[in-house]
Ligand binder design. Structure first.
Ligand code: ADP
Ligand code: ZN
Ligand code: MG
Length: 482
């Protein structure tokens, strides 16, 4: 029997607000344990939560960017369970009335575009962190993360392979970064997901029994855990067995998923409406404001780069990878004035090679040592044939090192294209005179050897001779019988 996988993701995004969702404590990552804690987020009796308005604005941005229906009266609910890192004994989340429903995330994977429909997006608070490596086999609790704002994005089971699921996570990271609502950093836990997966015979509509793999915190883990789990379920079914509905954990060291708890042991969260928080009412004006603030999403930007700026798929994909890199590119194009397709491509290639090789993270384009305006000045010199494309790279390297302008460097180091054609003619003649053997070879039909002459002239002029002129002169002189 041949099976297909069905995958749905529950994605948690930590919102990048300065303060927590229900108190004024800082959300900064990496502080000493229990530094950012107050009576509210440490669950002291009688402490009252107050909703952070910025959290709502951030969540609305995501909901609108994904085309969700925003509920005008959503409700917070208590999700009750006991764990040491949950001081209140419940997590404030949303249950029956989430902030947003419907919508979709558009994903581009292996050249194909598809939609992953969303079931809902809701608001909730994060729990603290427990570590089990305290002195003398003790466990330690850090409440800095307790009360940090999250959105949970629940997808419909629209995905059918592990790589596409990982790509969906990458897409979510791109969107939240473009929206400026989260850094989407999986290493620091700002973005993580639970992956639900089942198999069903190809052609069958009803879903099979699923397992849920908890807390995947890297793109690679998402892919590997799902690949393993799909193979495990397939082996079970092929062997005549059945998949047991359960929660599993991924152990990357061993590359396997392990059972954590079965359906029978599942938590009963006894959800009920949070009595300490009012209904979250979203006003029309708030929605309109959030809508007006929406930036272009990476996929739309990519398409515009292809359609309007004539970039190739690869060029566009790379340049929209981070908002800051796309902004840099657009600033260069704008500063170039009315650049034609060739000049735009030159700018794109320059950024992809010269700029990206000098920064560790594409987001650092925002603070690059050579500002977009400065790169545009350099490219304008290339456009005006005052600097060769090859020497432009040399000039860029120097601009990077000493922050001077292209013009200054070209003048100081004598790197402008040789404008004096008499000097170029003289150099061409000198090279031909010095290579009688090669000249004879050319004339006997080995015309490819012209590259040798070009190279010699370029070397003698330190790359400053205009290549077209050199080629033209060489052909003329080699064709003549002098
Ligand atoms: P639960 O009741 O176990 O929380 P939900 O219906 O709320 O399950 O769905 C949770 C996530 O699991 C969603 O992302 C959903 O798309 C996905 N999901 C639900 N059923 C299946 C299934 N049979 N196979 C794969 N994914 C599923
Ligand atoms: Zn607090
Ligand atoms: Mg559920």
């Amino acid at each position: 029997m041949s099976y297909e996988a069905v995958i749905g993701l529950e994605i948690h995004v930590q919102l990048g607000t300065r303060t927590k969702i229900f108190c004024g404590c800082s959300t900064a990552f990496g502080a000493p344990p229990n530094e950012h804690v107050c009576p509210v987020c440490s669950g002291q009796p009688g402490a009252m939560p107050v909703l952070n308005a910025e959290v709502v604005r951030y969540a609305l941005r995501m909901a609108l960017a994904c085309g969700c229906d925003v509920r005008r009266d959503s409700r917070f609910a208590r999700k009750n369970y006991f764990y040491p890192d949950l001081p209140k004994g419940y997590q404030v989340s949303q249950h029956e009335k989430p902030l947003a429903e419907g919508g979709a995330i558009e994903v581009l994977h292996e050249g194909e575009r598809f939609s992953v429909r969303l079931n809902r997006i809701h608001l909730e608070e994060d729990a603290g962190k427990t570590t089990h490596d305290g002195p003398g086999h003790t466990s330690l609790v850090d409440l800095n993360r307790a009360g940090v704002p999250l959105i949970e994005i629940v997808t419909e089971p629209d995905l059918s392979d592990a790589a596409a699921a990982a790509e969906t996570m990458r897409t979510v990271r791109g969107i939240v970064r473009a929206l400026g609502i989260s850094d989407g950093n999986m290493q620091e836990g700002s973005l993580r997901c639970d992956a639900n997966v089942s198999l069903r015979p190809v052609g069958q509509r009803t879903l099979g029994t699923k397992t849920e793999i908890k807390n995947l915190n890297s793109f690679r883990f998402v892919q590997r855990a799902l690949e393993f789990e799909i193979a495990r379920q397939r082996a079970l079914l092929d062997g005549g067995g059945q998949v047991v509905q359960e929660t599993r954990l991924y152990d990357d060291a061993r590359g396997v998923t392990l059972s954590m708890r079965s359906k029978e042991e599942a938590h009963d969260y006894r959800y009920f409406p949070e009595p300490d928080l009012p209904v979250l009412v979203i006003a029309e004006a708030e929605l309109a404001a959030a809508r007006a603030e929406l930036p272009e999403l990476p996929l739309a930007r990519r398409q515009r780069f292809i359609d309007v700026l004539s970039l190739t798929d690869d060029e566009a994909s790379e340049l929209v990878r981070e908002r800051e890199l796309g902004d840099y590119f657009e600033a260069v194009v704008a500063a170039l004035g009315d650049a034609d397709a060739r000049e735009i491509k030159r700018a794109a290639n320059f950024i992809r090679t010269e700029l990206l090789s000098r920064i560790d993270d594409a987001r650092d384009a925002a603070s690059a040592r050579v500002a977009p305006q400065r790169l545009a000045e350099l490219l304008a010199l290339v456009r005006a044939d005052r600097v060769s494309s090859k020497l432009a790279k040399t000039i860029f390297a120097k601009m990077w090192d000493n922050r001077r302008s292209a013009e200054e460097i070209a003048r100081a180091e004598d790197l402008f294209v040789e404008q004096d054609s008499a000097a170029v003619v003289a150099e061409v003649e000198r090279v031909l005179a010095a290579s009688p053997e090669e000249v004879a070879q050319y004339r006997s039909g080995k015309t490819k050897i012209i590259g040798y002459f070009v190279g010699q002239v370029m070397k003698a002029t330190r790359g400053k001779a205009p290549p077209q002129l050199v080629n033209q002169l060489l052909r003329e002189k080699l064709a003549g019988d002098d």
